[in-house]
Design a protein. Structure first.
Length: 209
């Protein structure tokens, strides 16, 4: 046990019982709108919540003004906030006991020293609380086995690269920051999935924590 949560297995990233999308957009073509559109239309059967402090509607869902307004447990939180708001969003998600988080937001270590510090702050919070964080700059996760597509890019456009099941980094050519998960593949990163038969698949990103 670390902090308030038990560190989850990597398979929990691909098989959550619920998903909350932060900065979800009413526009299905925007970064905050695409993952919401895909989970709404591709047959995902879990609970879906949307958060947007600027609107009370996000596509076919009522939008909450804060994660704190969402009742019940949060299993997976996709964060599409602008970078300056991400640290606070991660704090709220941890307080809500969400065990897994994905950050599609950019503007961290690739930008400046402030971004590096923010990234490290998120790593520290995740380690203390015992949660998984994937990203930043992550296009998303897909799991066709349960119609789970919280991604900002249409899956047919993604070229999948499958390295050995050793956690080895992808080649420089595999630069898209996307992790793909299916019935036989998991996230490449700082650990291996606990799901039977799962092996590592990577497209240039890894678990932040």
């Amino acid at each position: 046990m670390k902090g308030t949560l038990m560190m989850c297995g990597l398979d929990q990233l691909a098989n959550p019982k619920s998903i909350a999308i932060v900065d979800a957009s009413v526009n299905p073509t925007r970064i905050g709108g695409r993952p919401l559109h895909y989970v709404l239309t591709m047959g995902y059967q879990g609970e879906i919540d949307a958060e947007n402090s600027r609107s009370d509607q996000a596509q076919d869902l009522k939008s909450h003004s804060s994660l704190n307004d969402i009742s019940g447990e949060l299993d997976f939180v996709l964060i599409a906030d602008p970078a300056p708001a991400v640290v606070q969003t991660v704090q709220v998600a941890i307080a809500k006991c969400a065990p897994t988080k994905l950050m599609s937001s950019s503007g961290f270590a690739e930008v400046d020293e402030a971004g590096i510090r923010a990234r490290q702050e998120i790593v520290t919070m995740a380690h203390v609380a015992g949660v998984r964080v994937l990203g930043p700059n992550c296009f998303g996760i897909i799991n066709p086995a349960n119609n789970y597509y919280p991604t900002v890019t249409w899956p047919s456009r993604i070229a999948i690269r499958c390295p050995a099941n050793s956690g080895s980094p992808p080649s420089p050519a595999a630069t898209q920051a996307t992790s793909i998960m299916s019935a036989r593949s998991g996230v490449w990163g700082s650990g291996k999935s606990s799901a039977p038969g799962m092996k590592v698949t990577s497209i240039g990103t890894k678990l932040l924590a």
